[in-house]
Write a protein that binds this ligand. Structure first.
Ligand SMILES: Nc1ncnc2c1ncn2[C@@H]1O[C@H](COP(=O)(O)OP(=O)(O)OP(=O)(O)O)[C@@H](O)[C@H]1O
Ligand SMILES: [Mg+2]
Length: 232
């Protein structure tokens, strides 16, 4: 119990440094949120909170400046004409957050089921909350009635993303939420444009992860078949 409290305090100290608090205040003034509700997740690079605006939930992803290890960040942001390469780590994290906003926007405009992004400021992203009281579970955490339909929902979203010129680049059962029988693809900070030198490689890896997961659940499409569905 005590350890848990200590851990919690450490998380809050790491997440809410002065400039992050300033960014949140700015978003409060812009009426993007009016209160924090609770911490949903502590990831490698970011913390996700359920926040409120007029008592309705939104999701707030805060990229950490302090405890972040962004070993491969450069690999995903170099080669993206939308973002000039920055040397400063804090600027890189801010660009990453803006990149996630833009990627979600692009995917959503292409008709994919991804959280609607509302605002991004510095290292803080506000987006649609998937779930109600609790956040929707990930594909990893859920047992589905119908794996085939989930497979096709994801496959079709990947196709729409591809047609819009975007590759997710970190797709797995951890980055898909299941809500009311529908799949929601999340976590798009690392997503790249098709013009990125490694786009094809990242697409292959996404496909591989999907096929592996669904194979374990009785869906027997091949990587080649899914690749063809997405790219033609
Ligand atoms: N829009 C959302 N609605 C509800 N829950 C969300 C939403 N976005 C994220 N979450 C929750 O937060 C978790 C982590 O989100 P996400 O995958 O975007 O970050 P992450 O894996 O920590 O990212 P990174 O690996 O880049 O640090 C998800 O598994 C999910 O539980
Ligand atoms: Mg994730």
């Amino acid at each position: 119990m005590e350890l848990k409290q200590k851990e919690q305090r450490k998380i809050f100290k790491d997440v809410f440094d002065k400039s992050t608090i300033d960014a949140i205040w700015k978003l409060i003034r812009k009426k993007e949120l009016d209160g924090l509700d609770y911490l949903i997740s502590t990831g490698k690079e970011a913390n996700v909170f359920r926040v409120l605006l007029k008592e309705k939930p939104r999701a707030c992803k805060i990229y950490r400046y302090e405890t972040t290890s962004f070993p491969n960040m450069g690999e995903y942001i170099q080669g993206d004409p939308r973002f000039e390469i920055r040397k400063n780590r804090r600027d890189l994290i801010k660009a990453w957050c803006k990149k996630e906003f833009k990627n979600l926007e692009l995917a959503r405009n292409a008709g994919c089921r991804v959280p609607r992004p509302y605002a991004a400021h510095s290292n803080v992203l506000i987006m649609q909350f998937i779930g109600d009281k609790e956040a929707a579970p990930t594909l990893k955490e859920t047992i589905l009635d119908d794996y085939k339909s989930a497979f096709w929902m994801i496959a079709n979203d990947l196709k729409k993303m591809y047609q819009a010129g975007l590759i997710h680049a970190d797709l797995s059962e951890y980055n898909v939420l299941i809500w009311k029988g529908e799949t929601w693809i999340i976590d798009m900070g690392q997503s790249v444009l098709l013009s990125h030198p490694k786009a094809k490689e990242f697409l292959k890896r996404d496909i591989k992860n999907m096929i592996k997961y669904f194979k374990e659940h009785g869906i027997k499409y091949t990587e080649k078949e899914l690749h063809k569905h997405i790219t033609t």
